[in-house]
Every structure is written in C-alpha cells, then in structure tokens.
Ligand binder design. Structure first.
Ligand SMILES: N[C@@H](CCC(=O)N[C@@H](CS)C(=O)NCC(=O)O)C(=O)O
Length: 209
C-alpha cells in the first residue's frame, strides 16, 4: 500500500494527505517522530535527503517534496486530468500557484504559524506582513472565480489550502479576505476532504468555547 510519511501538524504533509483523500487513494499514513529527530536519522534521510516531511513510497516510486508528490499523484491517479490539467496554459497557471505555495505561503502564513506553534525564532511581525500581502493577492485573484485555476479544483487549490486555512493559528486574521474564506469552505466541501488537525492551542480554545 502507498505510504505517506507525515507529521499531523505539518501543512506540507497535510496537502498530500488531502489530495490522497480527494482522489480516494488507499494510503497508509506513517507518522514521523520529528520531536525525537527521526527526520534527521539515516533511515528517513534515505527517503528525503533534506530531512523534511512529507515523503511518499508507492510501489517502486519513492518521492519527496509536497508539490512534487501532488504532481505525481494527480498525473498518475487522476485519469480525467482535472486536478492537473494537460492544457498548456492551465498547467502553467497551476505551476504559478505551486510556486507561490513553496515560497510566499511557506514564508508568510506557514512561517507565522511556526512562531506561535513551534516557537521558531522568526520576526513574527515581518512574516505576518508577508502573509497579509499574499492573502490580499489571493483574495483579489478569487474575485469572480470559484477555484484558483480554470473551472475545476486543481492541485493549486490543494497546495494553497492547508496553511491558508490554519493561518489564524499564526495570528493571521482571515476576516478581511471574504473570497479566501468562501474558497476555503468550497475546498472543505469537496468529497473526500481530509481536515488538518488544529494545534493544541486551537483545540483548547475550541473546548473552552
Ligand atoms: N518544500 C518542502 C518543505 C517541507 C517542510 O518544510 N517540511 C517541514 C514540516 S512542515 C519539515 O519537515 N521541517 C523539518 C526541517 O526542515 O528540518 C515540501 O514542500 O515538502
């Protein structure tokens, strides 16, 4: 069976678990004990020399990097090719957002959450400002659109979802971004949607409410 090496609180890992759910793939989720440093041990470094989750094993295929894994799963298992269109322009537009997910999303909303959830030594105000700059562009892009690219959900939506949905955990308020919030709800309504676990703090807040 396909194996996804994952950490529950990782948005990068979540995007892979999310696409596996949306494509109804049978996958075993293998937790990597990152608190104990398992991701820097030889056994895991053989799967990903960068020592990061997620990684994938699928038969003879071994792969790492969340966006690369999305491309592989969509190309291999979505016969209709709606999740990664073959049309040159649509494919290129998907790539724009995969790049934004790897850069602006990682260095904005995801980084802000690293500060609050994992005590990362980053400048919280600076990364929050980056997050708002990205969210503002995403919100404008989504005006009059249902999905990020074309008329159907694609791996662009999957790559952007996890860290956008969990941006409030990093102190990034989504209230000003109505189009983004409506889009998040559309993603959450897709058949096979798999949620990402809220952090302990969020869970405590939810329990207290
Ligand atoms: N570009 C990579 C980033 C993955 C990444 O940053 N993973 C984090 C968890 S969210 C990680 O494993 N960090 C440990 C480290 O970098 O040492 C991807 O998309 O897979």
């Amino acid at each position: 069976m396909m194996k996804i090496f994952s950490l529950e609180l990782s948005g990068h890992a979540h995007r892979v678990r999310l696409l596996a759910g949306l494509l109804s793939l049978d996958a075993q989720i293998v937790p990597v004990d990152m608190m104990a440093g398992a991701h820097k041990q030889p056994e895991f470094l053989a799967k990903n020399p960068f020592g990061q989750v997620p990684a994938l094993e699928d038969g003879d295929v071994a792969l790492y990097d969340s966006n690369a894994i999305l491309v592989y799963l969509a190309s291999r298992y979505d016969a209709q090719r709606t999740w990664l269109p073959t049309d040159p322009m649509l494919a290129a537009e998907v790539q724009i957002w995969l790049s934004k997910a790897a850069n602006e999303l990682a260095n904005g909303p995801a980084a802000a959450r690293l500060v609050t959830v994992f005590n990362a030594g980053l400048d919280h105000d600076a990364v929050k400002a980056k997050a708002h700059a990205l969210l503002s562009i995403m919100d404008t892009h989504l005006s009059g659109r249902t999905w990020f690219v074309g008329d159907n959900p694609t791996i662009a939506d999957v790559a952007l979802y996890s860290y956008t949905a969990h941006a409030p955990e990093g102190g990034v308020d989504l209230a000003p971004y109505a189009n983004v919030r409506a889009w998040l709800q559309r993603v959450e309504g897709l058949p096979g949607f798999v949620p990402m676990q809220a952090t302990e703090t969020e869970a405590k807040k939810a329990l207290a409410a």
